[in-house]
Design a protein around this ligand. Structure first.
Ligand code: CDT
Length: 309
């Protein structure tokens, strides 16, 4: 008997600065309803799903950015997502900007089960970009200005019939992200992203190679940890700043089994058998038998490169 788990990857089309959060939640609810009508167990939304990708804008007074963050979850504006999830019996992953009661800012994702309970929270660990305005870049990427690095680590949760993990955007490029969850037996890693179509520091690096790197990272992470990976984009032209789409669902063999074809709101669905994760976990990637941790110390002892003399 396969352990069937149907996943909906709900790519968002562009969100403009002028768009209200209420109108965005309406779009997300529509996709959640569609996913439920197609029999999905879970629907995965993107990183910072409630706003435009605001870290591209510089402001001296960072408090001006607080309007892009949530102080409570659910709050009055996001409540319809929770109501719909409960009514339709579908779980969801949602990325958003979080302000804590202590006033800390995080790039956060939550995992919500089919009864609309928040069962997991993740705060983005690998924050890309820079702190100050950078005149050399064609566009800014100020995540290091507006967010603190996540303090919750990479966890996995047993819920909805499987072992679920979360990551956010740039995390998908780091093998450590997948391995820490792999060591907890993860079977589905959900991650949302906002990736500019052009490299701000190297303009000839356009969407094709950037999509290739995105897939390469997720396919490798899936295969090397024998897990499904669901990568969900915010896509399209946000006030003149293009983001690539290419949302996809990758199986534990590293194959892309479903992918988006537009840069609009688009639901991509795949019926997954979580038992497909078992073979890799019990053979070539049976960590308990094959890992040699006595040789991996540098990974946690050292951050940057120290080349030999
Ligand atoms: N949102 C996010 O993490 N985007 C990055 C782009 C980094 S460019 C400075 C990504 O890895 O896709």
């Amino acid at each position: 008997m396969p352990r069937t788990f149907k996943i909906g990857a709900a790519q968002s089309g562009p969100i403009q600065l002028a768009d209200s959060k209420k109108s965005i939640v309406k779009r997300l609810v529509e996709m959640m309803k569609q996913a439920a009508s197609e029999g999905c167990d879970v629907v995965v939304f993107t990183e910072l799903a409630l706003t435009t990708f605001f870290p591209r804008y510089f402001t001296e007074d960072r408090a001006e950015m607080d309007k892009y963050f949530e102080t409570e979850m659910p709050g009055p504006i996001t409540q319809p997502l929770f109501d719909t999830a409960r009514e339709k019996g579908i779980g969801f992953y949602l990325g958003y900007g979080e302000i804590t009661p202590e006033g800390l800012h995080y790039n956060t994702a939550i995992l919500v089960d089919k009864s609309a309970n928040i069962v997991g929270k993740y705060r983005k660990v690998h924050l890309p970009g820079h702190v100050e305005f950078d005149t050399k870049r064609t566009h800014q990427h100020l995540e290091k200005r507006y967010f603190s690095p996540g303090d919750l680590g990479f966890n996995a949760w047993r819920t909805m019939g499987g072992i679920m993990g979360m990551a956010i955007c740039n995390d998908r490029r780091w093998p450590e992200t997948y391995r820490v969850m792999g060591l907890q037996g993860v079977e589905v890693i959900m991650l949302g992203y906002n990736t500019p179509s052009v490299n701000s520091q190297y303009n000839s690096e356009g969407p094709e190679i950037r999509k290739f790197h995105s897939r390469l990272s997720m396919q490798a992470g899936a295969y090397q940890n024998s897990t499904y990976v669901v990568g969900v984009a915010k896509a399209g032209n946000e006030d003149g700043f293009p983001l690539f789409g290419d949302s996809c669902i990758v199986d534990p063999n590293g194959h892309v089994i479903a992918h988006a074809t537009t840069e609009e709101d688009e639901l991509v669905v795949a019926e997954c058998d979580l038992d497909l994760c078992n073979f890799g976990k019990e053979t070539i990637f049976d960590f308990a038998r094959h890992r040699r941790i006595e040789h991996y110390g540098l990974i946690t002892e050292q951050t940057g490169v120290i080349a030999p003399d």
